[in-house]
Design a protein around this ligand. Structure first.
Ligand SMILES: Cc1cc2nc3c(=O)[nH]c(=O)nc-3n(C[C@H](O)[C@H](O)[C@H](O)COP(=O)(O)OP(=O)(O)OC[C@H]3O[C@@H](n4cnc5c(N)ncnc54)[C@H](O)[C@@H]3O)c2cc1C
Length: 237
C-alpha cells in the first residue's frame, strides 16, 4: 500500500473487560509509530459511498510485527459493529500512524496522566517509554472508571511499576463497587487536590472529552500553562 495506508489482517480478538475487546492486527510491515499515536480505520461506507472512518490509539509497543487496538464497543456504532463482526484473516484498511498526543522529548519535572476508561490504550506504551528514560520526576497515573468490571491491564501496569519506582498508579471507581478497596470518585478532584504538591508537571489527559475540558479549565485557573504543560486526546464528547 502507498503512503501511510496499510492493508492489515485481523489476527485475534480477545475480551479484556466488560465490553472491551483487544484486536491484534498484522500489517504488511511493522508500523513505525511513537507511543500515543493512533490509526484511522475504514469501518464502512456511507450511503453516498464515502468511507466511514474511526480513530483508535495504538495500544501496543512500537517495533513489533503486530499492533493492538483495544475498543470499548458501543452498541450499534459503525466502528464497534465493524470490529465486532471481524473474523481472523479479515482485511482491515488503516491509515497512520497519526496524531500529536506523544510524550515531550524531555521532562524536567513530574509527568501526570489523567485518564478515563478506555483512554488508557495509548498510555501503557507511553509509560514503558518513560520508564526507560533517565528522568528524575515522578510519573503519576490517575485512571478513572465506573466499575471494577471496566478495568484491564492491571498486571501490565503492575509490571511497569515494578521496574519503575517513579511510577505511581491511582485507580478510581466512580460507580457502585461494593467490594472495591481502592480509591473512589472522579479523577478530576483527586488531580486538582494533588496539584500543589506536583513539581513542574506536564499533564497528559486522555479519554472522555468532558473530563479533559473540565481538568484543562481548572488547571489553567490554577496557573498551569496550557501550551507548555497540557497535552490531550479526546476520544469522544
Ligand atoms: C484520537 C482518537 C483515539 C481513539 N482511540 C480509541 C481507542 O483506543 N479505543 C476506543 O474504544 N475508542 C477510541 N476512540 C473512539 C473511537 O474513534 C470511536 O469514537 C468509538 O469506538 C465509537 O465509535 P462507533 O462507530 O462504534 O460509535 P459512534 O456511533 O461513533 O459513537 C456512538 C456514541 O458513543 C460515544 N462514545 C464513543 N466512545 C465512547 C466511550 N469509550 N465511552 C462512552 N461513549 C463513547 C460517542 O460520543 C457517540 O455519542 C478514539 C478516538 C479518537 C479521536
Amino acid at each position: 500500500m502507498s503512503g501511510n495506508v496499510h492493508e492489515a489482517q485481523l489476527v485475534s480478538a480477545t475480551p479484556r473487560a466488560d465490553g472491551v475487546v483487544e484486536y491484534i492486527l498484522r500489517t504488511e510491515e511493522p508500523l513505525r509509530f511513537r507511543p500515543g499515536q493512533f490509526v484511522s480505520v475504514r469501518v464502512g461506507v456511507d450511503s453516498d459511498g464515502n468511507p466511514i472512518l474511526r480513530s483508535y490509539s495504538i495500544a501496543s509497543l512500537p517495533g513489533r510485527p503486530e499492533i493492538s487496538l483495544i475498543l470499548k464497543l458501543i452498541a450499534g456504532g459503525p466502528g464497534s459493529v465493524f470490529f465486532d463482526t471481524l473474523k481472523p484473516g479479515d482485511p482491515v484498511r488503516l491509515t497512520g500512524p497519526m496524531g500529536f498526543f506523544v510524550l515531550d522529548l524531555q521532562h524536567t519535572g513530574d509527568v501526570v496522566f489523567g485518564v478515563t476508561g478506555v483512554g488508557i490504550t495509548p498510555v501503557l506504551s507511553m509509560l514503558e517509554d518513560l520508564a526507560a528514560r533517565p528522568e528524575r520526576g515522578r510519573i503519576i497515573l490517575y485512571w478513572g472508571n465506573r466499575h471494577a468490571q471496566d478495568l484491564f491491564w492491571l498486571d501490565e501496569l503492575a509490571a511497569v511499576q515494578k521496574k519503575c519506582e517513579r511510577l505511581h498508579v491511582d485507580i478510581f471507581l466512580s460507580g457502585d463497587a461494593p467490594s472495591w478497596s481502592g480509591k473512589r470518585g472522579r479523577i478530576t478532584q483527586a488531580l486538582l487536590t494533588d496539584l500543589p504538591s506536583l513539581d513542574k508537571p506536564v499533564f497528559y489527559l486522555v479519554g472522555n472529552g468532558a473530563m479533559i475540558k473540565e481538568v484543562k479549565a481548572e488547571l489553567q485557573r490554577r496557573g498551569v500553562d496550557r501550551k507548555r504543560q497540557i497535552r490531550n486526546e479526546a476520544f469522544f464528547g
